[in-house]
Design a binder for this molecule. Sequence first.
Ligand SMILES: [Zn+2]
Length: 410
Amino acid sequence: MAFSATRALGGHEDLRSAQPPYDGGRARIVTRTLDELLAGALAARASDLHFEPDQSAGLVRRRVDGFLAEATRLDLELFGQVVARLKLLSGMDIAERRRPQDGRYCLEVGSRTIDLRVSSMPTMLGERLAVRLLDLRGRVPELEELGMSHDALVAYRRMLEAPSGFIAIVGPTGSGKTTTLYASLRGKSERGMHVASVEDPVEARIPGIAQVQVNARAGLTFASALRGFFRQDCNVMMIGELRDAETSDIAISAALSGHLVLSTLHAGDAAGAVERLSELGVRRTSLAAALTGIVAQRLMRRLCMACRRPSGAEGDELTRHLQLEASTLYEPGGCAACAGTGYDGRVGIFEVVWASPMLCEAIAADASASMMAGHARSQAGSLLTCALERVACGETSLGELRRVVGDPRR
Ligand SMILES: [Zn+2]
């Protein structure tokens, strides 16, 4: 695989003049080691690569389907040199090892453009790097491919067809929220709309959409970009994440003034999303007037079809409790195809909650979270029912259900 670092974005050093102080043969080994680590990570569909020193070696781990697994161990000298090269390529100050830094650079790999977001953290055992790998030209899936049930998809499409209002996609980090946003925006610009997004980071490029990357150092924030979208005559605005009062306020104002606004939000479910927006200073009455719907989601790992095996869960209390047919249940095996994990890829589970008049009344009346949860029942299935369907058809395991949605007996 051929690699070429195209540019250090936001960097301030000339790459050629700033080679670390070691001889040419050593430099080649360092370059090759890093290239192999990146190639291996991309081949394994890793989302992140971690460089973690300990007393005796430098551990390199990669995150695949949400889980970190060891990729290799390097001797501490080579580890330090690979870390220095990554810092250099991403525009960091390689002499600075006491303060956290962040940087980025792009790699062209065949027809792919990989954006590497690098951050450093000084620890007691040395400098630790985390590298996010974003495949900017990666394919954005269609809504149908995300894993929504038929009913959920019908309900969600209806929300997306609203000319204005606010749609929140909620879930913890790594639950696939951004992918859902991207899939939601596909095709909007072909239908005669001006669609703009503000994100940090931009995770993939979507044709026809004006995507803005937050750049705090240059004063380009979520809030300033949103204000700009007003002047740019936007119909649909996407916000990578609502995490401050000012942005939340502008987002809700935009939704109330004829724009369709979509954003992700850190919350567990629909009731949690309302609470979170209140914490961010959004008035309940404004939210009740603006809200179109809330989608809660999680990602479940798919069993590797090459090595899944019958789970033998007959007589299992949970199986009985969930009224599952034990003969259709499978558990992970572990083979070469799935690197011994028993899982291969992920699928979303969704709870689509339409902002019914009853829910909006409860929001405006400042109802408690438990009352809200009562009104926020999805008409199209809960996260649990969605997860159960996946388990019942052998696509994933009961263990994965417990991990993702908790023990349903509680
Ligand atoms: Zn397997």
